[in-house]
Design a protein around this ligand. Structure first.
Ligand code: LLP
Length: 423
């Protein structure tokens, strides 16, 4: 049997792997992902989608490690990309171009040309200027680009402001009124097959209602377009499904309820459905393993200083995001209250404030939980700290899928100022 989700009282094992032993092999801090947990999520989503013509396009930004993308590709998933870098990763991992969708407000002409050249499935177009650029490049390449218009449905996703994307004041997508005008002049874009709709209202959404609202608006528009003689062959419902970061407090939407909302809103739709989940597939399948460097009693607070920092996991610093933090050892100990911080020279390098934890000592191994999404993908080398290693776990075994960055790699490309030129 697999041990993808350790019991609430024990965090000594993850996907059957003894974490104390693992941390003797791999220097902390490092990210560990449970392959079993990712597979369980993929299967759960596929099961909920049974009977629908649906393609799951993993949002690469959530976790772009090649081994993770390979796992997704082998499970039959496609990719949602937002840059040529992500396109190259997806192709490199063996994802067929016909399962790749390209989103984002700032696709450059070069990126559009590159994606068109390899024949991706679809562009999610976010502005009239982008539509013109796509038409121009497709004409030059003598191909027809398949495109969807990203609708901004003006719906409040009720999530953190920095990851909300579906309000009219956000930079993403276009209003239904503008999209209507695009379809009316569809014929003038003779190298763009504009026959899809796309919507993505935000991330870490814990309530099904915003999804329902957005889908209802998209569905009404789809019906209107069909009546007006503009057939729609694909509807991309985006990503955004939230996960549990705080046990007992966050209650994610079930896949059944989520897919039921899709089925209900899009009843009668005969085309292909696309989904772009990122976080939901990988967040809870990942943990950040870190050791206590020292405990520092302060005048106001006690600080637990870890060897992981904001450069390894930015979410708490950037969004005040909560991540559960637990000791790996099961040894019973009295509880204590700590500010849990990293070594980086910023007060913002704080994972948790006034957090209750079993009493810790230098050298203790801790888990920061649910770091499988937007962990390494937002990592940096701030304070000249090397990028952490990543390890994939599966049923008692582990494989290093990214070794810790070497110092030489960190400074590669930097050079002394010589050969001065005028531009
Ligand atoms: N599709 C589009 C067009 C997106 O912009 C995103 C995420 C997704 C799909 C995937 O959304 P998900 O299923 O992962 O919620 N760094 C932030 C999250 C930013 C999400 C950006 N867009 C965080 O750490 O919370």
């Amino acid at each position: 049997t697999t041990d993808a989700s350790a019991t609430p009282t024990s965090h000594s094992h993850f996907d059957g792997v003894d974490l104390q032993l693992l941390a003797e092999r791999i220097a902390t801090p490092f990210h560990a992902y449970s392959a079993s947990a990712i597979h369980q999520r993929i299967e759960a989503l596929k099961t909920a989608l049974v009977g629908l013509d649906a393609t799951i396009c993993f949002a690469v930004k959530a976790n772009p490690n090649l081994a993770i993308l390979q796992l997704m590709a082998n499970a039959g998933l496609g990719a949602d990309i937002v840059s040529v870098g992500e396109l190259r990763r997806a192709l490199n991992a063996g994802m067929p171009a016909e399962r790749i969708v390209f989103s984002g407000v700032g696709k450059s002409a070069d990126e559009i040309a590159g994606a068109l050249n390899v024949g991706i499935m679809r562009f999610n177009v976010e502005s009239l200027d982008e539509l013109h650029t796509l038409q121009r490049i497709a004409r030059a390449q003598e191909v027809t680009a398949r495109a969807a218009v990203r609708i901004n449905p003006d719906v409040d996703a009720q999530t953190h402001a920095k990851i909300s994307t579906g309000k009219s004041e956000n930079k993403f997508g276009v209003s239904i009124d503008e999209a209507r005008r695009w379809f009316a002049q569809r014929k003038s874009f003779d190298h763009v097959q504009l026959d899809g709709l796309h919507v993505h209202i935000g991330s870490q959404i814990l309530d099904v209602q915003p999804f329902r609202l957005a889908l209802a608006r998209v569905a009404a528009f789809w019906r209107e377009l069909e009546h007006a003689g503009h057939p729609i062959t694909s509807i991309d419902v985006g990503g955004g499904l939230g996960v549990c970061y705080r046990a007992g407090v966050d209650h994610p939407v079930s896949t059944t309820d989520y897919v039921a909302a899709i089925r209900e809103a899009l009843a009668g739709f005969r085309g292909r459905l696309l989904l772009e989940p990122g976080r939901w597939l990988v967040a809870e399948a990942g943990v950040l393993l870190t050791r206590v460097i020292r405990v520092k009693p302060g005048t106001e607070r006690n600080f637990l200083i870890l060897d992981a920092a904001m450069n390894d996991l930015l979410r708490p610093s950037l969004y005040d995001a909560w991540h559960d933090i637990v000791p790996v050892s099961d040894q019973p100990r009295p509880m204590a209250t700590y500010d849990i911080v990293g070594p980086v020279c910023e007060t913002g390098d704080t994972f948790a404030s006034a957090r209750e934890l079993p009493e810790c000592a230098a050298g203790d191994l801790l888990l920061i939980k649910a770091t499988g999404a937007y962990g390494t993908s937002m990592a940096s080398t701030y304070n000249s700290r090397p990028l952490a290693a990543e390890v994939l776990l599966h049923q008692g075994r582990y494989a290093v899928i990214r070794r810790r960055q070497h110092f030489e790699e960190m400074i590669a490309g930097e050079q002394p100022a010589r050969n001065w030129k005028t531009p």
